[in-house]
Write a protein that binds this ligand. Structure first.
Ligand SMILES: O=C[C@H](O)[C@@H](O)CC(=O)C(=O)O
Ligand SMILES: [Zn+2]
Length: 276
């Protein structure tokens, strides 16, 4: 498992493109038949991806956790962004179609990932955070998630936000997770920007068409930087950082958070006039 330590706002300000990408961008997250995990020291969230094609892959015992098994002291949220998939949690099997979400509670010893058809592999994106108690393993489809329309055509940010793991949805210790889908012609996410120093956040951009990119904005509101992001790549957003993006086309992204305050609405809005 790759480990990424924290960077201060001051240190981040001084990074060049290569350093920014090494610290905040996760490439090759959903390669065929390999499970990739990145341990971020922002709120100790592990960001992972797996696209099983010919194999069934499982969550292993990671040395860095010094635990008998991965979810001994952790919880896990997974969203499928690819073809039909199957996740097994201690022998219980869950079918996950595209945009279905599965929460797996602390204490589950074995988690495996597989695709129904190797010609249309599942793409599982996951976030794991430390957990103090067990909440039941629960699946939600996109229809079960609470949806909300945001933005407008005039500001090129008309989008629907689907919340899966949150206060009024799937229960968890600290994970909050959902996804946003932009309408055709809308390209901006999360503008006006916000920060929430109480929680880190991670984004996983999906359905970015071939030869299109998302210009992801990060950094302190008065010191913004950008990352050029491709399809199925993730970004790590520090608690003090904005996390907004503009695509060269519309796209979707899975967002997820952990830390203080289990409330989606807890955001410190940034006035667009103050962005630098
Ligand atoms: O803290 C919440 C997150 O940044 C996202 O949910 C924002 C988002 O999906 C959007 O505005 O499109
Ligand atoms: Zn946010």
């Amino acid at each position: 498992m790759e480990v990424r330590f924290q960077n201060s706002p001051k240190e981040t300000r001084e990074m060049d493109t290569k350093e920014l990408r090494e610290n905040f961008l996760i490439e090759k997250l959903t390669e065929a038949d390999s499970l990739k995990l990145v341990y971020s020291h922002y709120d100790r969230v592990i960001i992972g991806g797996v696209s099983p094609v010919n194999k069934k892959l499982s969550l292993g015992k990671e040395e860095e956790l010094k635990a008998d098994y991965f979810l001994e002291r952790r919880e896990l949220g997974i969203v499928n962004l690819g073809g039909a998939g199957i996740i097994e949690a201690d022998g219980q099997s869950y079918d996950l179609n595209k945009l279905d979400c599965l929460y797996i509670g602390k204490g589950v010893k074995e988690v495996t990932f597989a695709s129904k058809e190797s010609s249309s592999p599942a793409i599982f994106y996951m976030l794991s955070a430390p957990a103090h108690t067990t909440y039941p393993t629960t699946k939600y489809t996109k229809e079960q998630a609470s949806g909300g329309e945001m933005g407008a055509i005039e500001t090129a940010n008309k989008r629907t936000i689907y919340r899966y793991i949150h206060q009024k949805g799937i229960q968890s210790c600290q994970l909050v997770m959902g996804l946003t889908i932009l309408e055709t012609g809308s390209v901006w996410n999360t503008m006006p920007s916000h920060t929430h120093t109480r929680r880190m956040e991670a984004y996983f951009y999906f359905d970015v068409p071939n030869n299109q990119k998302v210009i992801h904005l990060m950094g302190e509101p008065s010191e913004t930087r950008h990352l050029v992001v491709s399809n199925n790549e993730a970004i790590i957003s520090a608690p003090w950082s904005i996390h907004s993006g503009c695509g060269t086309s519309n796209y979707g992204f899975v967002w997820g958070m952990a830390g203080e305050n289990y409330t989606y609405e807890d955001m410190d809005m940034v006035d667009i006039n103050t962005l630098k």
